[in-house]
Design a protein around this ligand. Structure first.
Ligand SMILES: [Zn+2]
Length: 89
């Protein structure tokens, strides 16, 4: 079952989907942009259950999966956030 309240990379699917058009328009802050991209890399639910947004999410995910790995800054912040929130690492 779809759980669009699932949090990946510090943001929920439902928030990603809500922010997607602003993201595509470049109307989000750098921090939000990076968070959305990190979410899309790590989550396949918004692609499968994003309704009208599914095809957009799918093509974004394909672009994001291209050669360059997770940006180092993003990876570092994610790691810090994970260790802070979940007490892991
Ligand atoms: Zn998602």
């Amino acid at each position: 079952m779809a759980d669009l309240n699932r949090v990946v990379a510090g943001i929920r699917c439902i928030e990603v989907l809500a922010l997607l058009s602003d993201y595509l328009d470049g109307d989000v802050s750098q921090e939000v942009k990076e968070r959305i991209e990190a979410h899309l890399r790590g989550c396949d639910q918004c692609e499968r259950f994003g309704g009208q947004m599914s095809s957009i999410v799918k093509s974004l995910r394909e672009q994001l999966k291209e050669p360059e790995a997770l940006d180092e800054g993003v990876a570092k912040r994610l790691q810090e956030r994970l260790s802070r929130e979940l007490g892991i690492i």
